[in-house]
Design a protein around this ligand. Structure first.
Ligand SMILES: [Cu+2]
Length: 212
């Protein structure tokens, strides 16, 4: 092959990989979904909390466009929501009922009880400003459930490269349950995270999967 032919071949490969396969259109985002199910607390201890949710994520580079819908949540209260996980190649899972013991209650799976399964906070789903783990309990910037116990959260978030590269090994967790139904999170002990148990209690969790 001549030098010119080699150069032309290299140029063709570069152009092909940059534009994707659909007639020169730019390659679309990678799409991910997560179905969030209720965290299995003792029903007597959590007052029968039955929160759930659904997330659709679109990844472009290290930016994730998040659409997260939560339901069955304590109304008119903020609900901390995060991507949790462990560093690749460690795989994390949503916490099971065997995680109730520990922390300030042995009937509830507190955030610290669940960390062994679903790992620490990696990204905070705040409505504005910082989205790092440091904002994990920034309740004044977390999605607020309406009267009907639902919220819809939308935001484009720049995530760490480790999260972008291994998004399908992570989890989404929604927190917050007004256990005594008094309309606020003031009741109950302060947990190891420095927040009232009601505010940090994980209520729904779902694994992130790549959509095919
Ligand atoms: Cu969390």
């Amino acid at each position: 092959m001549s030098v010119v032919a080699v150069a032309a071949t290299a140029l063709f490969i570069t152009a092909t990989s940059a534009t994707g396969s659909k007639g020169g259109e730019p390659a679309g985002p990678e799409r991910y979904v997560a179905a969030l199910n209720a965290v299995p607390h003792d029903p007597a201890a959590d007052g029968g909390s039955n929160a759930s949710g659904r997330a659709m994520l679109a990844l472009r580079g290290d930016t994730v466009s998040v659409l997260l819908k939560g339901r069955g949540l304590s109304p008119n209260l903020p609900h901390a929501a995060h991507i949790h996980g462990k560093d690749h190649p460690e795989i994390s899972t949503c916490p099971g009922a065997d995680r109730r013991v520990g922390g300030v209650s042995d009937s509830l799976i507190e955030t610290v009880d669940g960390l062994a399964d679903y790992g620490p906070i990696l990204v905070s789903f705040t409505t504005s400003g910082d989205t790092s783990p440091a904002s994990g309990l920034a309740l004044d910037r977390m999605p607020m459930a309406k009267d009907n116990g639902k919220f819809t959260f939308r935001r484009d978030i720049q995530v760490p490269a480790e999260v972008a590269d291994h998004l399908d090994e992570k989890h989404i967790v929604i927190h917050g349950h007004d256990i005594d139904g008094d309309g606020n999170y003031n009741a109950g002990p302060i947990t190891a995270l420095g927040a009232p148990l009601e505010a940090e209690l994980p209520v729904a969790c779902g694994e992130i999967h790549r959509r095919r």
